[in-house]
Write a protein of this length. Structure first.
Lengths: 192, 391
C-alpha cells in the first residue's frame, strides 16, 4: 500500500483528534512520530494495524472511524477538487466513480484505490460495490460520498451495507442547497 | 458528394442532402446538389458536436462557429466578421503563414496584407493541409490548432475547422473561466486539467520527500564524519581531508603541516576518577583545539586519546612550535571534574609536506607518529619535528 493512504490516516488523526492522539497511536505501533512517507510503499498489514490502533486509542468502532476518515479526505481541498473533476452534478459524479480507480492510477501509478462499480436499483437509487485490498474501503467511501453530496448541494441518504462491501445511495433532492464552488482553473493549494 | 467532403479514408462526412433541399448558402451553383446548403442545414448539429467548430465562407468571413469558440472570441464576435479580424494563420508573429500570391498577377487586391485568410482567394492555400494553427488577434499568447477542410470552389469555397486549445488549455481555462460544459465530451481537456492538477500535487509530495531525504542524508553524512563525544572530525573525516591535502600538495598546490597530539597521563585520569572524568577531559581538549586552530585548519580525534591537527597553507616551523607550546600549556592547566583535579599533558609530533618530495600520506603519518614518540621519550609535554634537526 502506498504510504499516501497511511499518511492520510495519520493526518486525519492529527488534524481531527490532535497530535497527542497520533503520537500515542504511533508508539502503540512502534513508529517514529514523523510517521509515514506518502510516496513510499508499506505493507498492507501495517494499514490494518494502524486502523486498529486508532480505534483502540479513540475507543471508537471501526465503521465510525472509517466513515469520518472518508469525510475528512473528501473535504481536503486538493482531494475535493480532484473528486469534482468527476462530473458537473452529483449524478454525473456517481456515474463516473467507476473511472476513479483508473483516474487515480493515471495520476499516480502506485496508488491502488479500490475498484468501484455502480448499479441503479430505481429512480435516484444506487448501489456502489467497492472491491479493494483493504476491508473497510466501502465505509470510507460512504464518508466520501456524504461529503461530496454536501459539496454538490444534494440531499441524499448514504449508508454502508452490513457486508462492508457496498454503499447504498438514495438521492432525495438534487437541488437541496447551493453547490460549493468549483472552477477548473483554480490551482490546488496545500498538499494531499 | 464531392471529394472534399470525404475524409482520408473516403468516408462521407455528411449525409447526402435531401433531393428537394433549397440551398441558401453563399456561392451555390445552380443545377448541382448544394453542398453549402447541406452544410447550412447541418450547422446546428456541427456546433452541438463541436463547440470549437468554425466555418469560414468563400469571402473569408465567419459563417458559423461553435459556442465555446464564441466564448473565446468574446461578445464582439459576429457572423459575417472577417476571418483576419479575429485570427491569423500560424503560431507567432514572424511565423505567420503568408499568402504567396502577394506579388503575382493572380492577386486582385491592391492593398493586400498578404495574410492567409485576408481574402477568400488566399484560403485555397489551405487546401492540402490536414491541420492548421491559428493565433487569436486579441490574445496573441493563445494558439489554437485543429483539423481544416477546404470546400470546393465550385461550391463557393471556404473552409471548415474543428479547433482545440492544445497546450494552451490551462491558460485559456484560467483567463476565460471555461467550465466542463464548454468542452465536448470526447475532448480530453478535462482529463488533461485533472492530470495537471493531480501531477502537481504528486510533484509537491515528491519534492517534500526529496527535501526530507536530503536533510537526512546530510545529517547521516555529518554523523559519519564526526566523533560523537567531542564533535571533532573523526578518523574517517581526517583521512579524507589528509588525502585531499596530500594530492593537492603533490600537484604543486598549497603545502600543509600535520600535528599529532597524544595526551599524556590520560589513562591515569580514567583509572582514578572514572570514565565520566575521562570524557570531560577529552571534551576540554576538543574545546582547546577548536579555540587554538586557525580558520581553515581542521582538528580531529582519531583514537582514544589521540588527536590530529591539519594546518593548511604555508606555515613557518617557529609558528608551529609556538602553536604546539600554547596547546601543551593549555592541556596542562588543571581541569576539575566533580571536585577532582585532572592533570594531563600532551606529546606532539609534527610533519611538514614541504619536507617530502612528493608527499606520501602513509609515510607522513608514520613519521608524525615517530616524532610523537620521540617527544614522549624526551620526557612528555613537548614537541618534536620529523625530518628536522630543529628539535
Amino acid at each position: 500500500m502506498l504510504g499516501l493512504i497511511n499518511r492520510s490516516i495519520q493526518n486525519f488523526l492529527t488534524d481531527t483528534h490532535g497530535a497527542e492522539v497520533w503520537h500515542h497511536v504511533a508508539s502503540r505501533l512502534g513508529l517514529p512520530p514523523a510517521g509515514f512517507e506518502p510516496m513510499l510503499q508499506y505493507d498492507d498489514a501495517q494499514t490494518l494495524s494502524l486502523i486498529e490502533a486508532a480505534c483502540t486509542e479513540l475507543g471508537r468502532s471501526c465503521t465510525d472511524l472509517l466513515e469520518d476518515l472518508g469525510t475528512y479526505l473528501a473535504t481536503r481541498e486538493p482531494v475535493r477538487r480532484l473528486l469534482r473533476y468527476g462530473g458537473c452534478d452529483y449524478t454525473d459524479f456517481l456515474n463516473t466513480l467507476e473511472d476513479l480507480h483508473d483516474r487515480a492510477r493515471m495520476a499516480l501509478a502506485d496508488l491502488d484505490l479500490p475498484e468501484l462499480s455502480l448499479s441503479t436499483s430505481g429512480a435516484g437509487e444506487y448501489r456502489l460495490m467497492v472491491v479493494g485490498n483493504l476491508s473497510g474501503w466501502a465505509t470510507v467511501f460512504a464518508g466520501i460520498l456524504r461529503a461530496m453530496a454536501d459539496d454538490y448541494g444534494v440531499l441524499a441518504l448514504i449508508e454502508p451495507e452490513e457486508t462492508g462491501e457496498s454503499v447504498t445511495i438514495r438521492l432525495l433532492d438534487s437541488y437541496h442547497a447551493q453547490a460549493r464552488n468549483f472552477a477548473l482553473s483554480r490551482a490546488a493549494e496545500g498538499s494531499l | 458528394m464531392t471529394d472534399a467532403m470525404r475524409d482520408t479514408q473516403g468516408r462521407d462526412l455528411l449525409p447526402p442532402p435531401p433531393k428537394n433541399s433549397v440551398g441558401s448558402g453563399v456561392g451555390m451553383s445552380s443545377g448541382r446538389t448544394s453542398l453549402t446548403g447541406a452544410l447550412a442545414q447541418a450547422e446546428p448539429l456541427f456546433c452541438a458536436l463541436m463547440p470549437m467548430f468554425l466555418w469560414i465562407d468563400g469571402q473569408a468571413r465567419i459563417r458559423a462557429l461553435g459556442r465555446t469558440l464564441k466564448k473565446v472570441l468574446g461578445e464582439g464576435v459576429l457572423i459575417g466578421d472577417t476571418f483576419t479580424r479575429h485570427f491569423s494563420v500560424g503560431r507567432r508573429e514572424g511565423d505567420l503563414l503568408r499568402c504567396p500570391d502577394g506579388l503575382s498577377p493572380q492577386c486582385e487586391f491592391e492593398n493586400c496584407s498578404h495574410q492567409i485568410g485576408a481574402c477568400g482567394f488566399s484560403l485555397r492555400h489551405l487546401r492540402d493541409r490536414r491541420s492548421i494553427h491559428l493565433t487569436l488577434q486579441t490574445r496573441p499568447k493563445i494558439g489554437l490548432r485543429g483539423d481544416v477542410l477546404s470546400l470546393p470552389t465550385t461550391e463557393g469555397g471556404g473552409v471548415l475547422m474543428n479547433l482545440s486549445f492544445g497546450i494552451y488549455l490551462s491558460e485559456v481555462v484560467a483567463t476565460l473561466g471555461l467550465t466542463e460544459r464548454d468542452f465536448a465530451a470526447a475532448d480530453l481537456a478535462m482529463e488533461m486539467l485533472y492530470l495537471q492538477e493531480a501531477k502537481s500535487l504528486v510533484m509537491g509530495e515528491l519534492r517534500a520527500l526529496t527535501a526530507r531525504l536530503d536533510q537526512a542524508r546530510q545529517e547521516a553524512e555529518r554523523l559519519a564524519l564526526t566523533d560523537p563525544l567531542t564533535r571533532l572530525s573523526n578518523r574517517r573525516a581526517m583521512e579524507q581531508a589528509l588525502s585531499q591535502a596530500v594530492s593537492g600538495a603533490a600537484q604543486g598546490g598549497a603545502p600543509f603541516a600535520l600535528m599529532q597530539i597524544d595526551l599524556d597521563h590520560f589513562k591515569r585520569v580514567n583509572d582514578s576518577h572514572g570514565h565520566a572524568a575521562g570524557d570531560y577531559v577529552l571534551q576540554s581538549v576538543a574545546r582547546i583545539l577548536r579555540e587554538t586552530v586557525r580558520h581553515g585548519d581542521m582538528a580531529g580525534r582519531v583514537g582514544g586519546d589521540e588527536f590530529l591537527l591539519l594546518l593548511r597553507g604555508p606555515i613557518e616551523r617557529h609558528a608551529v612550535k609556538a602553536l604546539a607550546r600554547r596547546i601543551i600549556a593549555r592541556l596542562e592547566e588543571p581541569k576539575w571534574f566533580s571536585g577532582h583535579e585532572c592533570l594531563i599533558s600532551g606529546s606532539i609530533g609534527v610533519v611538514f609536506s614541504g619536507d617530502y618530495g612528493p608527499p606520501d600520506l602513509e609515510v607522513m603519518q608514520a613519521d608524525a607518529d615517530a616524532a610523537t614518540y620521540s617527544a614522549k621519550d624526551a620526557g612528555r609535554g613537548c614537541v618534536r619535528f620529523a625530518r628536522s634537526t630543529d628539535n
